[in-house]
Every structure is written in C-alpha cells, then in structure tokens.
Design a protein around this ligand. Structure first.
Ligand code: ADP
Length: 403
C-alpha cells in the first residue's frame, strides 16, 4: 500500500505519522509514533489508528545521540517491522523565511536556504533540517517536501508584516512572519465543511497548546497573527513569555549580565506559564495545583488571550466567529469559558452545556458563534506532500509526452 511519512523533528523528539494513500488520493492515518528522550532516555513508542500500541521500547543513550539517528532507528522500525516504505516524506519546518509561501520539494539548495533561518527559530529549525539532510544522504531518490509554519501568513499586508524599524532591516528579513500556519491552514480548509456559515467571514482562530498563538482569518486567508519575527511573541505559552517589552531583554543582558545565549535559552525555555507559576509549563498541571501562583498563571493566560482577541478583532474590523483549537483549546472547558467571559463585548456568550460536551458549536444561539475544531497539522503536511508528489509526476509525464 502507498504511504506518506510525516516527520516533525524537535530538539529531543522526532514525532512521525504514516498515512495510507487510497486509490482516489484520500489519506488515512495508519501509525502515530515518536522517538523521544533523544540524548537522555531514548524511547520509541507507536500506536495504530485505533490507538493500540505497536511499539514501546527503550534504547541505550549512546545508541541514539541525535535527531538524525532517531530518524534512522524509526525508519528502520517502519521498514523492517511494519513493512512500510513511504512514497514520500513530508517535514514540518517552523521557518520558511520571507520567500516560501507554499510547500516545496527538498533538495540540497533548499536545505541550505532554510539554514539561514536557524537564528530565527533556534530551538526548532536545526532539528527540522537534520532529518532532511540525513534522508538526502541515505535515500537520495526519496521525494521529500518541506511544509512551513510561516507559509500561510505570507500574503499579509505590509502594515501587518512591518516593524517600526528602518526599512533596510525589513528587506533583510526582520519582519513579522506568524507561525502555526499549518494548523490555521487546516482549520481554514475545514471551515467550509464543518461551519460553512462562517467560512468566508472574519474569524479568529485561537491555537492554544504548549505553543500558543492566534490568527485573524478573512475569507480563508490569514491577515494578521499574534506571532512575529520568531515564535516568542504574542500569547504567553508553556515556557515562552509571549509579548514582552524588548527593554526587558536589554535589562537581562545589560544589567543582569546574561549572555545572549543565556537570554535566548531563558526566553524560550524558562518563561511563560512555567516561569510565572514556578510550578509547571503544563496547563493541566497548573489547573490541578493548589499553589496560588499556578492559579495566577492560568488567569494571566486567559487575560492575555482575551486581549489578543481584541487586537485581532480590530485588524478584522469585527468578528464573525471564534474558533478554539490545539491541546488547551480543544480540551479545556474552563479555559474556553473564562476567555469567552471576557469577550462579551464582542457578542460572545457560550452555552455551558455545549461547551461542557466539547460540541462543535459551543455558543448560545443568536450570539457570535464560537466553535471547537480539532486541528490536524500532520494531515495538512501529508496532503501537501502528496499533491506536490503528484504534480511533480504529472509535469514529468507531460515533459515525456512532449519530447
Ligand atoms: P503541542 O502540540 O504544542 O506540544 P498541545 O496542542 O498538545 O501542544 O497542547 C498541550 C497543552 O494542552 C498542555 O499545556 C496541556 O496541559 C494542555 N491540555 C491538554 N488537555 C487539557 C485539558 N483537558 N485541560 C487543560 N489543558 C489541557
């Protein structure tokens, strides 16, 4: 059976999913897995479409020192034990810079271009690129596709994309990019099917997970995002502060004596819900904690989320619907309710029963509609990978016919 492998590689884990390709091009999720604990306690876990375990095994630390090795071991397991040899591999890439407004077939030139954005996504980009290099070296004929978290935001108006800094810096790439684009693209493509009445309207999608952002979508297109140059801006996140006065960073470096590398680590790993609460970066743990700082961190998250909805509603010049998605947005009844309580001025009123049962539409009739739409970034990547593969094949066939 034809399959597409989707790879989402991070600093200490490689998540992967396998999709079967039906004859008519429909994709069916077959395997979900991850190799985590890279460099500490490597472990491969995988489940089938029904959630039944297919693998759960630990490896000695020295056998899987890095992301490339983790991919090799995962790929060998898929090939030897699951008999899966994918048609193509789709990679999640956090930063596509100013140029990539759509997925692209990977070659050495593309990888070199994407390396330029490592400084803009230091905790993601190098790990996203490592598996591409390793596959180019070991399986050069296997088609690979890069799918970018920034691409969906690429036709923003200049007003949305500029910082108020000298233009030459914008020209060299210091601009607002926006992230979580694969999630927003998935939601924008799902809306005509799941909520056709709002699909062409002014919609704010709140992607609330460990990483969190919001996107203003009008007529299916992103027009504004809470994230900017890097994925540090906007909402408070598990370990990232979100919007912060740049003067704080100057203070950390100039007065507190942090090196730039320490400041970077601090901003990506020690702030947000974790830094504020001193308890955890995980929303469920914060909600379960009796510590008042945990409760404050949760309240802070809710307050800042409501503020950012206000900003995006101004960009959209109104609000036709709000959509919650990702780990917190899809699962937390109370966080949705508490954000919505702060949005009454935008006509938002939730129906507690519908919210409580995680219905698709969770608002009261006659109020601004609020939806819960589970996101599926991996399916989006698999779809892009398959369509690029097929369009590549069609153009090869056309060339062959013409010659
Ligand atoms: P990512 O993919 O960015 O790692 P997720 O979208 O999986 O993150 O979201 C993870 C977050 O979702 C964690 O903070 C987790 O605690 C939170 N979460 C998941 N389920 C719930 C729930 N029922 N209530 C509150 N938070 C939840």
């Amino acid at each position: 059976m034809d399959t597409i492998l989707v790879v989402n590689a991070g600093s200490s884990s490689v998540k992967f999913q396998v999709f079967a390709v039906d004859g008519d091009g429909r994709l069916r999720r077959q395997i979900k897995g991850q190799m985590d604990g890279i460099g500490s306690r490597p472990r491969l876990r995988a489940t089938d479409a029904a959630g039944q375990a297919l693998a759960d095994r630990a490896y000695p630390i020295e056998s899987i020192p890095d992301v490339s090795e983790a991919l090799q071991v995962g790929a060998a397991w898929l090939r030897d034990e699951m008999q899966i040899t994918p048609l193509a591999v789709g990679h999640r890439v956090v930063h596509g810079g100013p140029d990539y407004d759509r997925p692209v077939l990977i070659d050495h030139g593309v990888v070199t271009r994407l390396e330029r954005y490592t400084a803009l996504a230091p905790l993601h980009q190098p790990y996203n690129l490592a598996p591409m290099r390793s596959l180019l070296a070991n399986l050069p004929n296997l088609p690979q596709v890069a799918c970018f978290d920034t691409a969906f935001h690429r036709d923003h108006d200049d007003l949305a994309d500029f910082y108020a800094i000298p233009r030459r810096l914008h020209e060299e790439g210091v601009r607002r990019y926006g992230f979580h684009g694969l999630s927003y693209e998935y939601i924008a493509k799902a809306l005509p099917r799941v909520a056709p009445e709002i699909a062409t309207g002014r919609v704010i999608v709140a992607h609330l997970g460990s990483g969190a952002s919001m996107c203003a979508i009008h007529g299916g297109r992103s027009i504004e995002s809470t994230m900017g140059f890097t994925a540090l801006d906007g909402l408070p996140m598990g370990t990232r502060a979100g919007q912060i006065d740049p003067g704080v960073i100057l203070y950390l470096i100039l007065v507190k004596g942090m090196s730039p590398a320490e400041a970077q680590n601090f901003l990506y790993r020690d702030c947000g819900l974790k830094g504020l609460s001193g308890v955890s970066n995980d929303m469920r743990e914060l909600q379960a904690s009796p510590d008042p700082s945990a409760a404050f961190a949760v309240e802070y998250f809710i307050y800042r989320a409501a503020l950012q909805v206000g900003m995006l509603a101004a960009a959209l010049q109104g609000l036709d619907a709000l959509v919650f998605t990702a780990g917190i947005g899809e699962n937390s009844v109370s966080i949705r309710a508490r954000i919505a309580e702060r949005l009454g001025w935008l006509g938002v009123v939730l129906d507690p029963m519908e919210n409580g049962r995680h219905a698709l539409l969770i608002s009261r009739p006659g109020t601004t509609p609020v939806y819960v739409v589970p996101t599926d970034e991996e399916l989006m990547i698999a779809q892009h990978t398959l369509s690029l593969l097929w369009s590549g094949r069609r153009s090869t066939q056309a060339k062959e016919r013409a010659s």
